[in-house]
Design a protein around this ligand. Structure first.
Ligand SMILES: Cc1cc2nc3c(=O)[nH]c(=O)nc-3n(C[C@H](O)[C@H](O)[C@H](O)COP(=O)(O)OP(=O)(O)OC[C@H]3O[C@@H](n4cnc5c(N)ncnc54)[C@H](O)[C@@H]3O)c2cc1C
Length: 360
């Protein structure tokens, strides 16, 4: 019998497990695939909402708290497991001329460093980018991480610290009374715990019993491509509308991403590959002669206004939900996991839990 059974081993599930394990609880994580192989695996790993000035306060609150701990988390995991999640302070160039005033105002109000660069400054500082014709803003404090390495490091850390894993095991049903969950069915077996936490990403709603209010979480497909390591120097993360380029420590260049409403179909398409490649080669002309060597897709767990559900699920006294982080599930994960654990352990919450309730 576990204290906590976490259903879903994406980043939200793994970090929630870490918080609870560190509080001394007996924790298990069950995943229908290998851990971290869904949205978390597919993500770019930008550690900021793409344009935070367009997001609501509840999203930015869990983002900024998470951003403040990410570097230390990455170092802790690297030192304890030997797997480096590759936190990298890459900075972000935002090419949204018509959003400049709003962006600058938001950055100033939120003490987020920002520089407005003129066309001349951009052309001299970013000589590998296509020539600029408009000014842009540069956010020097935006970092990235490699999500699949972060998941691998977390899994190793949790295993070393006694968390149990059930891989390739789908929870098909939650058994329950009118008041509480009594077990999680996986095949012919039932796993039991005092508390059950749904961290199933885009699939989370499928397991919420009918007698509960239903969360509004829908899958939204995102496709990405990746170029092999290049010799291009002075690479910078660049955001242009909904498309972006992320440089990696190993000099690979990741390009994302599409936004497609295809239900649970996570297949890749030639059209998206061509479009992302064209976007990258237009921005970085040096990429014109290089062919991307990877292409993948993942399903983001989209919720209304991108505000995740981090809450208990009434009337079942021992069911909780930590899901629906949409495009920001990497950057918001540490603070979301902490808030979830504060609620479960009756600790004082660092962040007001009200906006993340099921009934809003
Ligand atoms: C292309 C793309 C790019 C992105 N880029 C960024 C970015 O740069 N920055 C950022 O902050 N966010 C980004 N995101 C969003 C981010 O990836 C997600 O918000 C986040 O990974 C969600 O994590 P999760 O743990 O909730 O879901 P997931 O990672 O999808 O994990 C859910 C897990 O639950 C398991 N599961 C589901 N149902 C069951 C069941 N019945 N039984 C057992 N297991 C179950 C699944 O197998 C899965 O492993 C991106 C997403 C995509 C797709």
């Amino acid at each position: 019998m576990f204290d906590f059974l976490i259903i879903g081993g994406g980043l939200l599930g793994l970090l929630t497990a870490k918080e609870l394990q560190q509080a001394g609880a007996k924790v298990a994580v069950v995943d229908k695939n290998s851990r971290g192989q869904q949205a978390t695996w597919a993500a770019g790993g930008i550690l900021s909402p793409m344009r935070p000035w367009l997001y609501s306060e509840p999203v930015n609150a869990i983002s900024s708290l998470s951003q403040s701990v990410y570097q230390q988390l990455s170092i802790e995991l690297r030192d304890q497991t030997g797997i480096d999640p590759e936190w990298l302070l890459s900075g972000m160039l935002v090419l949204e001329d018509n959003e400049l005033p709003q962006a600058i105002q938001w950055c100033e109000q939120n003490n987020s460093p920002v520089e407005v660069l003129s066309v001349e400054e951009l052309n001299s500082q970013f000589e590998h980018l296509a020539p600029f014709t408009e000014s842009a803003i540069y956010r020097p404090d935006v970092a990235t991480i490699r999500p699949h390495k972060l998941s691998a490091a977390l899994t190793q850390y949790l295993t070393l610290n006694g968390v149990s894993f059930y891989n390739d095991q789908e929870v098909t049903k939650l058994q329950h009374t009118d008041y509480a969950v009594t077990g999680a069915e996986i095949g012919k077996t039932t796993l039991s715990a005092n508390e059950y936490i749904l961290c199933g990403g885009a699939w989370s709603t499928q397991l919420v019993p009918k007698l509960c209010p239903q969360p509004d979480i829908k899958p939204v497909k995102g496709q990405m491509i990746c170029f092999p390591p290049t010799d291009i120097t002075n690479l910078c993360m660049v955001m242009d509308d909904n498309r972006y380029i992320i440089p990696r420590k190993d000099k690979r260049i990741v390009v994302g991403s599409t936004r497609e409403y295809t239900q649970f179909d996570a297949s890749t398409t030639q059209a998206a590959f061509d479009e992302l490649k064209h976007f990258a080669q237009q921005l970085y002309p040096d990429l014109a002669s290089i062919e991307p060597d990877a292409h993948w897709a993942g399903l983001r767990p989209a919720s209304p206004n991108s505000i995740p559900y981090i809450c208990r699920v009434a009337p079942l006294s021992n069911l909780s939900l930590n899901a629906g982080h949409y495009r920001n599930g990497i950057v918001t994960a540490p603070a979301s996991a902490e808030l979830m654990s504060d609620i479960l352990l009756n600790r004082r919450c660092k962040i007001d839990p009200t906006p993340y309730q099921l009934q809003r």
